[in-house]
Ligand binder design. Structure first.
Ligand code: NI
Length: 177
């Protein structure tokens, strides 16, 4: 299939809770094709991450990763990861604010608070379990993508209704780099 259509805010599929990937999918061609489509689509759109519901696939699968990204010129590189059935929890209580965008909310940015540090558990495409601690930008991207699996989009989490706008306007007026 390759590059898929990315659903935009307003489409009801973005608001549903995605299902756990069942045991008998691990190692399957079906799951592998979904992962390829997520990476192909993410790359085509210069995304930092992409979750399966954004391409109208109601499963708890997401991909993250980027080298230098023109949409986030100040962000550090992010290693490529495929997260299946992810579960995350905060480490400590510290929250940090940052501006986010989303391929399903094109052209807009908003300021959102996220946990600074998280513990992340997930399964890989073969079904093996992994645990890792993430912080700062990497933790932010995973929290944003994980929200998609629960039907949550970043405008639901704005620090203020005023901390939201079109990327080019915010840049022109010095609110984001
Ligand atoms: Ni998003």
């Amino acid at each position: 299939m390759g590059i898929r259509n990315v659903l935009r805010i307003g489409h009801p599929a973005l608001r549903r809770r995605a299902e756990e990937v069942p045991d008998d999918w691990f190692g399957s061609q079906r799951l592998q094709e979904l992962i390829y489509d997520l990476f192909d689509t993410k790359l085509a759109c210069s995304g930092a991450g992409l979750a399966a519901p954004q391409i109208d696939e109601p499963w708890r699968v997401l991909v993250v990763g980027m080298d230098h990204n023109p949409r986030y010129p100040e962000a550090p590189p992010l290693p490529e990861l495929v997260l299946i059935n992810p579960v995350l929890k905060s480490i400590g209580k510290e929250l940090i604010s940052g501006w986010e965008g989303c391929l399903s909310v094109p052209g807009l940015r908003g300021e959102v608070q996220r946990w600074q540090r998280i513990q992340l558990k997930w399964q890989d495409r073969e079904g093996a379990y992994h645990t890792e601690e993430l912080q700062d930008f990497h933790a932010r991207v995973v929290q944003h993508e994980n929200d998609h699996l629960d039907g949550v989009l970043f405008p639901d989490r704005l620090t203020s209704p005023l901390a939201f706008g079109f990327t080019d306007e915010l840049q022109a007026h010095g609110r984001i780099p």
